[in-house]
Design a protein around this ligand. Structure first.
Ligand SMILES: Nc1nc2c(c(=O)[nH]1)N[C@H]1C(S)=C(S)[C@@H](COP(=O)(O)OP(=O)(O)OC[C@H]3O[C@@H](n4cnc5c(=O)[nH]c(N)nc54)[C@H](O)[C@@H]3O)O[C@H]1N2
Ligand SMILES: Nc1nc2c(c(=O)[nH]1)N[C@H]1C(S)=C(S)[C@@H](COP(=O)(O)OP(=O)(O)OC[C@H]3O[C@@H](n4cnc5c(=O)[nH]c(N)nc54)[C@H](O)[C@@H]3O)O[C@H]1N2
Ligand code: SF4
Ligand SMILES: [Mo]
Length: 684
């Protein structure tokens, strides 16, 4: 007789941690469903959650340590693998110094607290400052911008909003539970929904849509401020009592009229005015900023600042339905003090540190230069943990060349990724279903911070191991055993949770728990953590470092306006990386059910754009930028504005990062531009 069992758990395949119900037969996962009782996800799961068993039991999983021998991979024991890795890592440290080792972490490797924490700890124990992670292409820029402005990091709380602005964000692809919530409210007409996107997304149809030229959001934001301030639609009491720099802002935005912005953004001045008025008057209002769409521009940090200022002047801060301050779960910081500075700290000083707060991340896009030209110093070894940079990072070719040049390179992953293939050693991690973990979500829809103690559902497959175990064994072999005392998942979780004071409660809460409440009116009740003690519309911190204290508009580095010569050869605008529910980044292409939903990548373009270049739906094209070419099929998409080509990221067969450019970087954060490049298409 088959033994059937159902367990409650959560999916950690992306950052939203949806609650799930897992059915097991004879100890094997056979089915995954959403969990309606889960207070945050409320029963929602996406296809990646549904096909979790196929992902976990994929025949492509690498379940044993593998060592490269010539052109082949050979299975080795853990003993042999770890001894080999420790020897090679020790050699690098002896020969070039510890900072010659770079550790890469991807989205899994920064969002999973255990995976991130152990990479950080290992890095410090070994002595290298060079943790190069997606924190340098995703999300950190917006956190920095909000910290600089508010002295803390307020988060979106759209559930209670009367007006939601989806600014470069399509939650149907990237944050399904929010999409469901918005859809319900917009259909019942209890919401003013504004979508700012070159694509008329499905949600855009439920409200007002501004089809903006990619990379010109700054001009729109400045013109909205112009309207809001000049028409007296701002919150006078709030800006006078709690902020600095309003008068300077008022003067600054006079030059940015709706008519000026209309020409730049390809919108109409009347639409810009309407949106500004609706947003300023329909309260509470919440801008939900694309999770990375706006960061990944040459003026990305300032774009985030601009959205902060829009929320500030309309008084949409620290109230339900606006942006709210959410207490963090207090956890043990596994990092150790470090004097050495990572690559890029000199060129991007604020990314590295401001107000004495140091960031543990280097500038990832400078890795190829360090590897290939020894600038600012040689990097000769790499550990890639839970990341696939040769598909996910800009100018993939340079990353490939850089990894190939390493004296030693190893990966810690579930699969033999395109990046892992370039290494000397592969260490097999187990998935989150095979270990205890800590999962938490902040302010996705309903705001409140929610955490759960995620329990192991099945035993690790083959000889795969939790990430913490792998780092611990490596560290012990390198003589840092005293810093890595842990022997079980539970010991690790107990250490992480120790300062939280809620370890036992969390362990007992089957679904998880809200561990704190939002801090409403924090600006009145708490000290504001900026140098001036006020919310800083005008940023002296930016000014002192040589940047604009108030956001200005800059054209994208490549555009028909800034580089008209280049635009003659590459007349179309390329945007990349709009999310699809079937995949997380470069992952899951091998799950047959998910692959069936999206068998191959497409270059989306308006039918008029396709016909102008003599191509039709389904035909193969060569898509090129000044950096390279890839081949893929055309998908005619009337929702996308003419003149734009939108390509998904994450496909190795048509890797859009062969086309991106790492020289076009935000001067403050070093973020690459993934969203407004110039390209051309040719039929093949
Ligand atoms: N052109 C373009 N490029 C982009 C973007 C874009 O919009 N446009 N977006 C960027 C953004 S925002 C991001 S965050 C990055 C993401 O970039 P990456 O993080 O590099 O991409 P992933 O495919 O998520 O890689 C995660 C890896 O972790 C492995 N993995 C999964 N679970 C575990 C685990 O528990 N342990 C270990 N050790 N490994 C695990 C997976 O198999 C996979 O190989 O992509 C970026 N690249
Ligand atoms: N299914 C799935 N979900 C994910 C991920 C995944 O890989 N798969 N990745 C997760 C991660 S790490 C991240 S960072 C987030 C990313 O999440 P977001 O950055 O919020 O990305 P999307 O929601 O896909 O929205 C991108 C939208 O921005 C529009 N856009 C492109 N360029 C511009 C521009 O210049 N201006 C404006 N206004 N709009 C523009 C595109 O047309 C698209 O509709 O998603 C997370 N969620
Ligand atoms: S959105 Fe999908 S992949 Fe992300 S946690 Fe939820 S079910 Fe998992
Ligand atoms: Mo991301």
């Amino acid at each position: 007789m088959v033994e059937r069992k159902t367990v409650i758990s959560d999916c950690m395949s992306c950052v939203w941690d949806c609650g799930i119900k897992v059915t097991l037969e004879d100890g094997k996962m056979v089915k995954v469903e959403g969990l309606p009782e889960h207070p945050v996800s409320k029963g929602y799961i996406c296809p990646r959650g549904e096909y979790l068993p196929e992902f976990v039991y994929s025949p492509d999983r690498i379940k044993y340590p593998m060592r490269r021998v010539g052109n082949t991979w050979q299975r080795v024991s853990w003993e042999e693998a770890l001894d080999y890795a420790a020897d090679e890592l020790a050699k690098i440290r002896d020969k070039y110094g510890a900072k010659a080792l770079a550790i890469f972490c991807g989205s899994m490797g920064v969002e999973n607290i255990e995976v991130a924490g152990f990479a950080q700890r290992f890095k410090s124990a070994y002595g290298t400052p060079n943790l190069l992670s997606v924190e340098n292409i995703c999300y950190r820029a917006r956190i920095m911008a909000r910290q600089m402005t508010f002295g803390r990091y307020p988060m979106d709380y759209p559930a209670e909003a009367h007006c939601i602005v989806l600014w470069g964000h399509n939650p149907d692809g990237s944050k399904g539970m929010l999409a469901e919530d918005i859809r319900k409210k917009a259909e019942n007409r209890v919401l003013d929904l504004i979508t700012i996107d070159p694509k008329r997304t499905e949600l855009a149809e439920l409200g007002l849509h501004l089809a903006i030229r990619p990379g010109t959001d700054g001009a729109l934001g400045l013109a909205m401020l112009n309207v809001i301030i000049n028409e007296g639609l701002y919150d006078k009491e709030f800006v006078e009592n709690y902020c600095i720099g309003f008068e300077e802002l008022k003067e600054h935005v006079q030059q940015y009229t709706p008519e000026w912005a209309a020409e730049i953004t390809w919108l109409s001045a009347s639409d810009i005015k309407s949106v500004a008025r609706i947003y300023a008057q329909s309260k509470p209002a919440c801008i939900v900023q694309g999770i990375n769409t706006l960061d990944q521009h040459v003026n990305g940090l300032q774009l985030s600042r601009l959205l902060n200022i829009l929320q500030i002047v309309t008084g949409n801060i620290d109230k339900p339905g606006t942006w709210v301050t959410i207490p963090y779960l207090r956890m043990t910081d596994l990092r150790l003090p470090m004097d050495e500075v990572p690559i890029g700290a000199d060129q991007y000083p604020l990314f590295y540190s401001f107000w004495g707060r140091k960031s543990p991340y280097g500038i990832a896009t400078l890795f190829p230069q360090a590897a290939l030209e020894s600038k600012p110093y040689p990097v000769r070894g790499a550990i890639v943990a839970a990341a696939n940079p040769v598909v996910s990072f800009p100018e993939a070719n340079k990353f490939i060349e850089a990894f190939k040049s390493m004296d030693f390179m190893m990966s810690i992953d579930l699969f033999m990724t395109e990046t892992a293939e370039l290494g000397n050693l592969f260490l097999p991690a187990c998935t989150f279903m095979e270990k205890d973990a800590l999962s938490y979500v902040y302010g996705v829809v309903h705001g409140e911070p929610f955490a759960s103690y995620h329990r192991k559902v099945i035993e690790p497959l083959g000889e795969s191991k939790p990430d913490w175990w792998i780092w611990t064994q490596l560290a012990r072999r390198l003589g840092h055993g005293d810093l890595f005392p842990w022997n079980s998942d539970e010991e690790v979780m107990d250490t992480l949770l120790e300062p939280s004071g809620i370890t036992e409660q969390l362990k007992e809460a089957e679904i998880g728990m809200y561990f704190a409440e939002q801090d409403y009116y924090a600006y009145k009740n708490k000290k504001i953590g900026t140098p001036s003690g006020k919310i800083e519309i005008y940023s002296k911190t930016l000014e002192d470092a040589g940047y604009d204290p108030l956001p200005k508009y800059y054209e994208p580095a490549q555009s028909p306006v800034s580089t008209p010569e280049l635009a003659k050869e590459f007349p179309l605008i390329l945007i990349s990386g709009a999310r699809r529910q079937s995949f997380t980044h470069t992952q899951m292409r091998h799950v047959p059910q998910l692959r069936a939903q999206e068998p191959e990548p497409f270059a989306e373009m308006h039918p008029s754009t396709a016909s102008r270049y003599g191509v039709k739906d389904g035909e193969r094209i060569r898509l090129s930028t000044r950096n390279g070419s890839i081949k893929m099929r055309v998908k005619e998409e009337p929702r996308l504005m003419p003149g734009i080509v939108s390509v998904p990221h994450g496909w190795s067969s048509a890797n859009v990062n062969m086309l991106t450019d790492m020289e076009t970087r935000d001067p403050i954060t070093g973020y690459p531009d993934f969203k407004s490049l110039l390209c051309k298409i040719e039929a093949i």
